[in-house]
Design a protein around this ligand. Structure first.
Ligand SMILES: Nc1ncnc2c1ncn2[C@@H]1O[C@H](COP(=O)(O)OP(=O)(O)O)[C@@H](O)[C@H]1O
Ligand SMILES: [Mg+2]
Length: 255
């Protein structure tokens, strides 16, 4: 596909790997202004490509959490959280969803609060819950971890995984947090190009390859903290930074 928005161009090449399967989460990585949100909006049917098509548009239901939640939910500011959730699922909220998603994210504790009075993190969680509550075959989540702390990020990653499995659906998740992508995604699309000018969407590749491609572009390597096992950025030019760059392992390295 070719997409044009103002002076920005996004190219999405065709390819045999350009497919998504039941139960699969595809992570999307890339610098700002490279067209990740644009791509997701194309999938959501909000932006039309000037060349190319997406097959099976009409046959699958899609649920979309946009990047800018406060703008998106401004029109619901007088609604209570619970009212918004019932609007997403008029037939009621399934028990498993309440137990596994809503309670684990703590959204049941803010049911009675008006949308317009939520903090950034609370609104983000409500937006994710309402996106996942809608029964769909394809979930699109644009930067779900924004405004959330480490524990909340892990909880939303579990929630997304859980819903994709329960509903035999698939998901695209735009996310800068590499730890979260590592935990959540089965494969990665890496967007490259010139921010604000031209973006190229890469075909889905495995996590190792995707994270390496992205980190090579930005010139950053990670080591594992021996105690917590969490990834930590290597100092540029340090022994490990040089070693990892020389072997092309920017993220997954045993130390
Ligand atoms: N509606 C629009 N009209 C004109 N330019 C746009 C529009 N939407 C996005 N852009 C431009 O397209 C580029 C890619 O934006 P976006 O898809 O939001 O990037 P990302 O999500 O990767 O940060 C940016 O330069 C942005 O300014
Ligand atoms: Mg974006």
């Amino acid at each position: 596909m070719l997409i044009k928005l103002g002076n920005f161009k996004l190219k999405v090449p065709e390819g045999s790997e350009g497919s998504i399967h039941k139960g699969e989460v595809i992570g999307i990585l890339g610098p700002n202004g490279i067209g990740k949100t644009t791509f997701v909006r194309v999938l959501a049917g909000q932006v039309k490509p000037i060349e190319g098509v997406i097959y099976s548009y009409s046959e699958i239901t899609i649920s979309y959490k946009p990047q800018y939640v406060s703008t998106h939910y401004a029109k619901f500011s007088n609604y209570k959280v619970i009212e918004l959730l019932y609007a997403m699922s008029p037939s009621g909220i399934p028990e498993w969803f309440k137990k596994e998603i809503i309670v684990k994210l703590g959204v049941d504790r803010i049911y009675e609060r008006p949308i317009g009075e939520l903090s950034g993190g609370e609104l983000q969680k409500v937006a994710i819950v309402s996106c996942l509550l809608k029964e769909a075959k394809l979930y699109l989540l644009d930067e779900p971890s924004a405004y959330l702390d480490v524990e909340e990020r892990l909880a939303i990653a579990k929630a997304i995984k859980n819903v994709v499995e329960m509903r035999e659906a698939a998901a695209f998740v735009v996310e800068h947090d590499l730890m979260l992508q590592d935990y959540l995604a089965h494969s990665l699309m890496v967007f490259r190009g010139t921010p604000g000018v031209e973006g190229n969407a890469g075909a889905p590749v495995n996590l190792r390859k995707g994270i390496n491609t992205f980190l090579k572009d930005v010139g950053v390597t990670f080591r594992r903290d021996a105690r917590t096992k969490r990834p930590r950025v290597n100092k540029e030019g340090s022994y490990l930074d040089r070693l990892q760059k020389s072997i092309g392992e920017y993220y997954y390295v045993e130390t």
